[in-house]
Structure formats: C-alpha cells, structure tokens
Design a protein around this ligand. Structure first.
Ligand code: XIL
Length: 380
C-alpha cells in the first residue's frame, strides 16, 4: 500500500479491489510488481519512447515492472529509414540496450505499416505506385537491414501492422498493396524470416478480435499458413474502451484465433475512459473536438470503473494459456498516446500508473489478476 495515494487507500471500493474481491493477495504483498506477479505464466510488457529512459523515475518503473519492451515509435519504418539508404538506429539501439541491461526482452514494432512510413518505399515522386520489383526490393532491403541489425536481440517482430481494412472485403488500400499486389504481406514475412530465422513473427492489428473484422483475420492466418511462412502469434492491439467491446465479443475473437492453434498476444493494451467514437484505433480517425472531462481530477468512481474493466480483461485473457503476452501501450497516463488521439491535447487516464508514477487502482486490479493466475488459490 506504500505508494497508493491516501484517497485510494481510504476508499472501501478500492480496498476491495486491492486486497479482496476474489484476490488472494494480502496487504503485505501489495508492492509486488506486474512482472513478479505474472511469473512465467505470460510476458507482461510496455511500450516506451527512448527519451523516457532519461527520466530516472520513469526508467526505474519500466525496469521494475515489465518483462518486455516494445519501442513505441523508434522501430517504425520512418524512424529507421526516413531517407532511402540512410538507416538511423540510435534511438532504437538505446531501447534495446536498456532492456538488455535489465533482463528484459524486446518486441519489434513494426516492419511494415501504412502510417509512420516513408513514401519513397512504394511510391514515386508523383505519388504513383513504384513498379512491383522496385517496391519489393525496397521492402526487402528495409526488412533485411532492420531485422539483421537486431538479429538475436529482438525476440519477435510485428511484421505487418493493420493490413486489414475496416470496411473493404479484405486488405486495406495502401501504397504497399498498390505497388506490390496482394502478396505483399506474405513477402514481408518471408523477408523477415530470411533475415533472422530465430525471430518470432506476428501479424498485428486493431479490432481483429471483433465480430466485424474477425473473419478477415482468420483469412490472414490461413493465407500466411498456406504460403508456408513462419507465423508465431496474432497480435490483438487491445485499444479498448471502458464499455466496449464486450467481454463476450473479445472472448469470441480470441477463442477463434486460439482454435486455429495460434498464440494470441495483446500487444498495445489500454482502456480509454474518455468519451470518443468506437471506430477502432485507426491513426487517421481523428476527431476535431472532444470533451476533456478529467482535466484536473479523475474521480473515485472512474478509478473504480477503470480498475473493474482491467480486472475483467486481465482475468479473461489469463483464462487462456494460448494468450502468451499482454503489453500495455505505455506505463503512465502522462505518456499515453491517448492524450493526443483521437483528439489532440486531452488529459487521459487509460493506463496503470498516474502522472506521479503512482500505481492506480487499475494497476492493483491487473497485478492481482496476474498473481491469481500465476498461483491459483489453494484451499487452506
Ligand atoms: C502511436 C504512438 O504511441 C504515438 O506516439 C505516435 O504518435 C502514433 O503511433 N497503433 C499502433 C501504434 O500500432 O504504433 C500506435 O502508436 C498506436 C496505434
């Protein structure tokens, strides 16, 4: 309880979440970290930006709480090869070195995405698609160089991010698709495997667990398998809201993937408690105006709702042995991308630690669920 603000420790609701309510934790154990609570049951991770490591309390929290780290931006194509042929690895290298120094593994995010990607890779200066062979050569060079650079130091790669369209029958209309054709996803996986045969390879996307997109994700799994490429897990981003999607819908999605014999990783989890539309996590789905109701304080009632949602989500995910990682998309509320998406400049409260690096009731909910899953309660 040492680090909980007094407001929380005093509330019976939070006491129930922290020490009771189905949890087997005693008050004396409550400083246990997420990493320790999870043990070997699954990996718990966070996304960071390299400059977070210059802030000692932030770096300490990252080192202490998580098994693995995903680079929030530093391994995206525009960060690594903004100008053709000029690779810039410094920021990503700093993240990898930090992780290694703290016994953490690194997840690579991402080799191919239509956002945060340089145009030259698939388009000419007029914005027209490059000839297929040239686009493939650019993709091959990028993936071989990047995966080769981190060979043996990155455990697994989000090879392709968000290739599935929200409304079209299957793939999203992107520069890579226009230049290369429908097999561009398969090619990306082949190139990644060539560069590091030991690296795990993932397909990563938002809302693929949901009813409207799930069949397309199942098709992706099928086609990658038919092509004979390595595919270790399907990455469910997990940018969820307080009330949506329902636990049933998430369960249906995850069970459908697990039934294919593939592992599921929740790769970018957060729970947005601010009002916004429910259209997924498309970076271009910005909203011009939005309410910012918790600028000064996040009320007790909202802490409780957030903690309850984390509790339910973690317990759902932990029921399935095939769910092998949960990565939060950030550590503290101050550094969440949801402060700027879909509305710029809001004050969001979606993560497990507050702006003073203090664990929130949501932290205790997640940590207790991990603890319980890792050491099932035995009768006295
Ligand atoms: C976000 C980063 O966190 C932000 O800093 C950046 O401005 C935009 O991208 N889905 C993804 C992530 O796959 O790469 C995105 O990360 C969040 C949505």
């Amino acid at each position: 309880m040492r680090r909980l603000p007094r407001l929380f420790t005093a509330s019976p609701v939070f006491m129930a979440l922290v020490v009771g309510g189905g949890s087997s934790l005693h008050a004396g154990e409550s400083t246990q970290t997420l990493r320790d609570a999870a043990g070997e049951r699954l990996l718990v991770g966070t996304a960071i930006m390299s400059h977070h490591l210059d802030d000692p309390p932030h770096a300490a929290l990252i080192a202490e709480q998580f098994h693995c780290i995903t680079a929030g931006n530093e391994m995206k194509p525009d960060a690594l090869q903004r100008v053709q042929g000029q690779f810039t690895f410094d920021a990503a290298d700093k993240i990898v070195a930090f992780a290694e120094a703290h016994g953490q593994t690194v997840i690579g995010h991402t080799l191919l995405w239509h956002h945060q990607a340089p145009r030259w890779m698939f388009e000419d200066e007029q914005g027209q698609p490059l000839p297929r062979e040239q686009a493939l050569e650019n993709l091959r060079t990028h993936i071989h160089t990047v995966v080769g650079h981190f060979k043996g130091r990155v455990k697994g790669w989000d090879v392709v991010n968000e290739a599935i369209d929200d409304s079209e029958p299957y793939l999203r209309d992107t520069p890579a698709l226009r230049a290369i054709g429908y097999d561009y996803v398969i090619k990306a996986f082949q190139f990644a495997h060539e560069a590091d045969p030991d690296a795990e390879l993932y397909y990563n996307d938002y809302n693929i667990e949901r009813d409207y997109k799930r069949d397309k994700a199942l098709r992706m799994i099928r086609e990658l398998r038919e092509a004979g490429v390595r595919l270790d897990a399907i990455g469910v981003q997990g940018h969820w809201l307080l009330g949506s999607p329902s636990l049933d819908e998430i369960d249906r999605g995850i069970s459908a993937f697990l039934k294919q014999g593939i592992s599921v990783m929740v790769t970018e989890m957060d729970v947005d408690p601010l009002p916004r539309n429910d259209a997924g996590a498309d970076l271009s789905a910005t909203e011009r105006a939005g309410q910012n109701p918790y600028l000064d304080t996040f009320p007790d009632e909202m802490h409780h709702r957030l903690a309850t949602r984390y509790d339910e989500l973690f317990r759902l995910l932990l029921r399935e042995p095939g769910v092998t990682r949960i990565t939060l998309w950030g550590t503290t509320d101050a550094h969440s991308w949801l402060n700027n998406w879909p509305v710029r400049g809001r004050t969001n409260h979606a993560l497990l630690f507050d702006r003073d690096f203090k664990p929130k009731p949501a932290f205790h909910a997640a940590r207790n669920a991990l603890h319980d899953a890792n050491s099932p309660a035995t009768s006295p």
